[in-house]
Ligand binder design. Structure first.
Ligand code: ADP
Ligand code: ZN
Length: 718
């Protein structure tokens, strides 16, 4: 694993693994078959790319899309990794050239289409047999299953792979597979005792918005102006819709082009290419567009029409923000669309299928109509638990999630007043929470308000105070040591004449708070634009899309932390050795010039050391065990949650994990009389969606209990 981490840093320029990349890579390196379910943008590619560089021989990657192959190969090459693809777009002599490089062991990763691998060309298998193949990676593995949404018959032949190469490990990866599809994939590939890794489907950096469809065009235009340098995708239901919307946007002066199956192949490909290369900003497309779009800097995905089901919606919105930066998913919702789609969903002489499609449509419409957190609804739909509020969907961001916090505000105002408006935010919070710290002055401990807000966390207090500041209820003085002051408005609240609505608590981890702090370092937008220009010039010269050179996330870090030497740049995520050597100087020049003319100095020291971050990620695997330990010591769920400052649902899911592992009995978590009804519900409805089970069971069972019983069920059924 040491070698894998070195490769991650030196070749890819990343300091730590994401999600369960590390355990996946470990499993592959152990020579085991592996199945990976990770959301789009989660980082599946590294799961086989890193092992490919640890292994001695060749890694063969099966990929369904020719466009995607070139992209991936380009991205590897700019990192100094020798990768290649073999497909029909290459001339005969180009193919010969690659064949001979393969024979000389000069290629680490080879991308091929499935039909090439095990199709009629028996020779190719024979050819591979003579090489040293260390690993097979099957990308978009759901294509092998008829149950999936994107079945490709040519994938079927991959079932021969294990027969032909019984001792070579296989890793299969996909972003979308329900239980049925997943099992189908495992069976068809005939994997050998595969370990399955499923990641959370939450895409934190995507913010979800649903807006009314009436007169949406003006608001759309306004949005596009407001985010004028951002690339994005707008989905429409019909080809005509795509054409006419693209045209209307062009008339407004936007660089927008249509993409749909009705266009000539060349036109379609040209538009796609222009979009990938940032030559046009907006692509207005039907669902024909998307699969295989690896562009990492898509900043928004807009649905001008309602998608048919949540699966499609999630997959389409998932194309935003692969680089991890904040991105928007906006859906314009009108009830008229539901009626239109209902019509399409009705399949003659097939009531069964019709019912399924209509159900799915209904669930899609419900997402738009609920008044509670949209992210939670989405995650529950996919069988995952989520906190009640996310803080980054339109519902959570709007008034619905404000709560009457008059008493809280009164406590804060009275504390500020009793401290004679002479102390800063942190001191006020410590005072409210009754801190025993030495910094707290003795005579303050005697005041009435001391400790009056001990039941509220420090973080939450800070949020309330910031909110109050935004409302003009308090203000902060200028200067090096700002103190909190009352305002003209404070009195009415203190007297109880005015009610105060504040943003309700949102669960935030320490890590998020830390990231927030990091984000407080401002990004220099003017510099960012220079850097984008420089990247564009390099990309033109090397004839690859800009995001292959460096991601937007990397440019934002550069424009934020202003590294002024090559060793500083090393600390920026996304600079491996090769990129550093090739492009480091060009970007340094921009940054240095900018710093000079704006009289700025480097802020690289503000970047949280990578070591610290890595440590945090490593701790994640221990977090479940720690929960188990506390539970075994006799603490109950809410005690553990409080003790660890985690949500109760998180603790419940930790414990459910150990039920599946067989280390806890379900009866230790769920009272016997509740287990039976849950089991009944599972028998009728299956266990794929906790959301469905919860709906059936209503208040008779909590999510935590359902999950516990489901895991027990899964353990029993093996
Ligand atoms: P997927 O195939 O799962 O949709 P990708 O493999 O394309 O996702 O990865 C999405 C983006 O995340 C890429 O730009 C990739 O370089 C980046 N990425 C992947 N793993 C990491 C990591 N450990 N640290 C930082 N960035 C990462
Ligand atoms: Zn939300």
């Amino acid at each position: 694993m040491v070698r894998a981490k070195e490769i991650l840093q030196n070749q890819f320029g990343y300091s730590s693994f994401r999600l369960n990349q590390e355990s996946i890579i470990q499993n592959v390196l152990n020579g085991k078959d592996t199945f990976v379910l990770m959301p789009t943008g989660g980082g599946k590619s590294l799961c086989y790319q890193v092992p490919s560089l640890v292994f001695e021989g060749l890694t063969v990657v099966v990929s369904p899309l020719i466009a995607l192959m070139k992209d991936q190969v380009d991205a590897l090459r700019v990192n100094g990794i020798n990768a290649a693809f073999l497909n029909s777009t290459l001339s005969y002599s180009q193919q010969e050239d690659i064949i001979s490089q393969l024979q000389n062991n000069e290629i680490k990763l080879l991308y091929v289409a499935p039909e090439r691998l095990v199709g009629t060309e028996v020779n190719f298998i024979q050819f591979l047999k003579k090489l040293n193949v260390s690993l097979f990676a099957i990308d978009e593995a759901h294509c092998i299953s008829q149950w999936g949404h994107d079945f490709r018959p040519e994938y079927r032949s991959l079932s021969q792979l294990k027969k032909k190469f019984p001792s070579t490990p296989v890793i299969a990866l996909t972003a979308t597979a329900d239980e049925l599809t997943k099992n189908d994939i495992l069976e068809r590939l005939e994997l050998n005792d595969p370990q399955v890794f499923v990641s959370s489907f939450n895409r934190e950096n995507i913010h979800y918005f649903v807006e009314p469809k009436r007169n949406y065009f003006d608001r759309l235009v306004e949005y596009l102006h407001r985010n004028e340098s951002d690339p994005g995708i707008i989905y429409t239901l019909s080809r005509d819709g795509a054409e006419s919307l693209a045209l209307k946007l062009q008339r407004e002066g936007f660089s927008a082009k249509p993409y749909h199956a009705g266009l000539e192949k060349e036109v379609r490909e040209k538009h796609q290419e222009e979009f990938l290369r940032d030559d046009i900003r907006i692509i207005v497309a039907t669902i024909a567009f998307g699969m295989g779009i690896n562009k990492s800097n898509v900043r928004f995905v807009i649905h001008a029409d309602l998608p048919k089901n949540i699966e499609s919606y999630y997959q389409e919105t998932g194309r935003a923000g692969r680089d991890g930066l904040k991105s928007d998913a906006i859906l314009y919702y009108g009830a008229g669309d539901v009626i239109k789609l209902r019509h399409f969903a009705t399949i003659e002489n097939n009531p069964e299928q019709t019912r399924i499609l209509l159900d799915k449509l209904g669930q899609m419409a419900r997402l738009c109509e609920i008044r509670s957190c949209r992210r939670k609804y989405l995650l529950n739909y996919f069988g995952e638990e989520a906190p009640a509020t996310c803080g980054s969907c339109d519902v959570c961001l709007s008034n619905y999630e404000k709560e009457d916090a008059t008493i809280i505000a009164q406590k804060a105002l009275s504390a500020i007043s009793r401290l004679n408006q002479g102390f800063g935010m942190n001191y006020v919070v410590d005072f409210l929470r009754g801190s025993k710290s030495e910094k707290m002055r003795e005579h303050h401990k005697q005041l009435k308000t001391y400790g009056a807000g001990a039941d509220i966390s420090k973080q939450q207090w800070l949020t309330y105070l910031r909110d109050m500041m935004a409302l003009g209820l308090i203000e902060q003085s200028e200067g090096e040591y700002p103190v909190l002051k009352l305002t003209a408005q404070s009195a009415a609240v203190l007297k109880g004449e005015e009610r105060v609505m504040l943003t309700k608590s949102v669960f935030r981890s320490d890590e998020e708070v830390k990231q927030d702090k990091q984000q407080q370092v401002p990004c220099e937008t003017a510099l960012l634009n220079h850097l984008k220009e420089t990247r564009r010039a390099i990309a033109k010269k090397e004839n690859v899309p800009a995001y292959i050179i460096l991601s937007d996330a990397t440019l934002v870090e550069l424009a934020t932390f202003l590294p002024v030497s090559l060793s500083d740049i090393r600390k920026i995520s996304g600079f491996g050795d090769v990129k550093l050597a090739r492009y480091g100087e060009s970007f340094l020049e921009d940054i240095k010039a900018y710093c000079k003319s704006n009289n700025l100095s480097s802020r690289i020291s503000a970047k949280i050391p990578k070591r610290e971050r890595r440590q945090r990620e490593e701790n994640v695997s221990d977090t479940k065990s720690y929960t188990l330990q506390l539970f075994k010591e006799g603490k109950n769920i809410s005690e553990i949650a409080r003790n660890r400052s985690l949500a109760e649902s998180t603790i419940e899911s930790h414990l459910a994990h150990f039920i599946y592992e067989g280390q806890l009995k379900v009866t230790q978590l769920v009272p016997l009389e509740r287990i039976l009804p849950i089991k009944e519900a599972i028998k009728t409805h299956g266990y794929h969606s906790l959301g469905v089970l919860k709906e059936v069971l209503g208040d008779t069972a909590s999510y935590g209990e359902i999950r516990a019983v489901v895991n027990d069920w899964r353990r029993e059924k093996g």
